[in-house]
Design a binder for this molecule. Structure first.
Ligand SMILES: [Zn+2]
Length: 115
């Protein structure tokens, strides 16, 4: 029976691996999830429940019926985001930060968005 010889694969020599090496540092799965959810403009778990009226922000004393909107547009914990783009609606703010994801992630790491 003939011996099948596998050609040894040289790591880092194919085009895909070379392209990967040129990319900026990989984000963790948890960070990807945060960014994805912010892009979607999700509702929090509590907002989905019947009879939800408002809840306290996790980062300031504010009570809010729209935790994500508060988080993006008026919470002191994310003030740095708004200083960069001025007053916007939440969707425009997140769209704007597609171009500056490192800052969005830095703020979201320090003060996680509502869940
Ligand atoms: Zn807040």
């Amino acid at each position: 029976m003939p011996v099948v010889r596998h050609r040894g694969r040289q790591p880092g020599t194919n085009k895909h691996e070379q392209q990967r090496a040129l990319r900026p540092p990989q984000r963790s799965r948890a960070e990807e999830v945060i960014l994805h959810r912010l892009r979607l403009g999700y509702l929090t778990l509590e907002e989905l429940k019947d009879g939800f009226e408002e809840r306290p922000c996790e980062h300031c004393p504010h009570m809010t019926p729209h935790p994500l909107t508060h988080y993006l547009l008026s919470c002191p914990a994310t003030e740095r985001l708004r200083q960069c783009v001025g007053p916007e609606n939440a969707a425009a703010l997140v769209r704007q930060f597609q171009k500056n994801l490192p800052l969005l992630l830095e703020v979201a790491r320090a003060a996680p968005p509502p869940r």
